[in-house]
Ligand binder design. Structure first.
Ligand SMILES: [Ca+2]
Ligand SMILES: [Ca+2]
Length: 355
């Protein structure tokens, strides 16, 4: 009795383990399929890219597989779109291809919510055979009319015909054309653009809105670009568009405004007059528009130290007595709108040797 119980216990445990393993295997197989289903063909139509994959996924798995790639199961909303795909279904490896239509109550819908007006059903379809045919696939060659649609259950048609074998259900992913989202960081007279890679984009065009129209500035396969020769501090409208199937997707709705750094306006030294008797230097500079005040700084032991100020109307200063044969490095700064302009001090500094 106790042995029997034990045996039953072992049997039950084995069953649990084996069914658990089956589930785990099925799950990993599905994941592998999602990742590794073989790409059979790639089609382009008006910026849309379609990829045909081979079989073995349910409609739901195929939907997920397309979404993982950044697309969706194909939605066919015109005869032209239908034809562009259908032309590629000759000698198919798969007999059937899932597309993105599904039944919602009494109506059919596309997973993208596009209008389900155009249809291409096979005659007698959709027939909801068996009562659970809620998903749409397209026929390949060799059985029904190529490209025509049929409703089937999530795992395919229930007919006992090898044409409908589950592994002969491929799927078609569609990638809608999309231009990238662009961000930028301002530079001096330039803007450093960056954008996300768009699935299937062959390359990108960086465009500028110049004299009232979009002009292609350059092409790149990278996802960053520096637009140069822009006017400092001014707004510029730029956009990055992508190419699909050798055609530019010329939708500029994602254009952005870039503003390069404002031009640095600083006082330029116009004259240095060194008096060899008094050992003083008289320094003159050009006035800066809007300057409220000027400051004169000297580099001492690697640090800029302000040595004096002048008011807005005074653009000259005479130094105290300087040490002879000594190099001095000076910079003049202007205070504009309540702010001292102190960028790039080293670049704009000037040097002289006191006599
Ligand atoms: Ca479509
Ligand atoms: Ca059917």
């Amino acid at each position: 009795m106790s042995i029997k119980q034990t045996l039953c216990g072992i049997a039950a445990l084995t069953l649990m383990l084996s069914s658990g393993m089956v589930v785990a295997d099925a799950a990993s197989a599905a994941t592998e399929n999602v990742a590794e289903n073989k790409l059979l063909d790639t089609i382009s139509y008006r910026g849309h890219v379609y990829q045909l994959f081979d079989g073995g996924l349910t409609w739901s798995e195929a939907k997920e597989a397309c979404e993982k790639l950044g697309g969706h199961l194909a939605t066919i909303t015109s005869a032209e779109e239908q034809r562009s795909i259908e032309d590629h279904l000759g000698e198919p490896i798969c007999n059937n291809y899932w597309i993105g239509g599904y039944r919602d109550g009494d109506s059919w819908k596309w997973i993208t919510d596009e209008s389900f007006e155009y249809t291409n059903w096979e005659s007698g379809e959709p027939n909801n055979y068996g009562g659970s045919e809620n998903y749409v696939h397209m026929f390949g060659d060799g059985y029904k009319t190529r490209g025509r649609w049929n409703d089937a259950s999530d795992s395919g048609a229930a007919y006992a015909d090898s044409y409908y074998d589950f592994d002969k259900y491929g799927y078609i992913c569609e990638f809608d054309p999309a231009n990238p989202d662009v961000t930028y960081t301002p530079g001096d007279s330039c803007a450093n653009l960056e954008w996300n890679a768009v699935p299937n984009a062959e390359k990108y065009a960086v465009c500028g809105f110049v004299s009232g129209k979009w002009t292609k500035l350059d092409e790149t396969t990278d996802t960053s670009y520096t637009v140069k020769n822009l006017t400092a501090g001014k707004d510029h409208k730029v956009a990055v568009i992508a190419m699909f199937g050798d055609e530019w997707y010329d939708d500029f709705s994602k254009a952005i405004i870039v503003t390069p750094n404002s031009a640095v306006i600083y006082p330029k030294v116009s004259n240095i007059n060194i008096n060899s008797k008094s050992h003083q230097a008289k320094i003159d500079w050009e006035a800066v528009p809007g300057a409220e005040k000027y400051g004169i700084a000297v580099l001492i032991n690697g640090k800029w130290k302000v040595q004096g100020y002048t008011d807005a109307d005074t653009t000259t200063i005479t130094t105290p007595k300087l040490k002879t044969n000594t190099e001095y490095k000076l910079v003049i700064c202007a205070k504009v709108n309540g702010k001292w302009e102190t960028s790039k001090l080293n670049e704009r500094a000037f040097r002289f040797i006191a006599l």
